[in-house]
Design a protein around this ligand. Sequence first.
Ligand code: ZN
Length: 117
Amino acid sequence: MGTGERRCGCCGRWRPENQVAELGATPGVYICTGCALWAARRAGLSGLLHRRGTPRPATPAVRATVPVLGSTDLDRTAAFYALPGFAVHVRADSYLALDHPGGELHATFLPAVTAAD
Ligand SMILES: [Zn+2]
């Protein structure tokens, strides 16, 4: 602990005064920015952020996204991504979905673009 530091009442770490906030109803008790963000997420951050002003419709938090790549040859794309362990999950004429324990990757058929196009 140095001078000008306050102890976070949540995580117990010592932080510079400008990185903690004193809790309103309990003087002498501080919360650090990291714990404040954690608490805001636990309390529903989007609800807190949008409380003022125009109400917004509730939207679920984004848990994951799936990249969709363009491919001129879906069989070749499937073979390429098999090397790091992606398995074919869905194969249609012009669409490919690959599964991996670490994520998902999709590809859509796009004909080759030539200079004449
Ligand atoms: Zn803390």
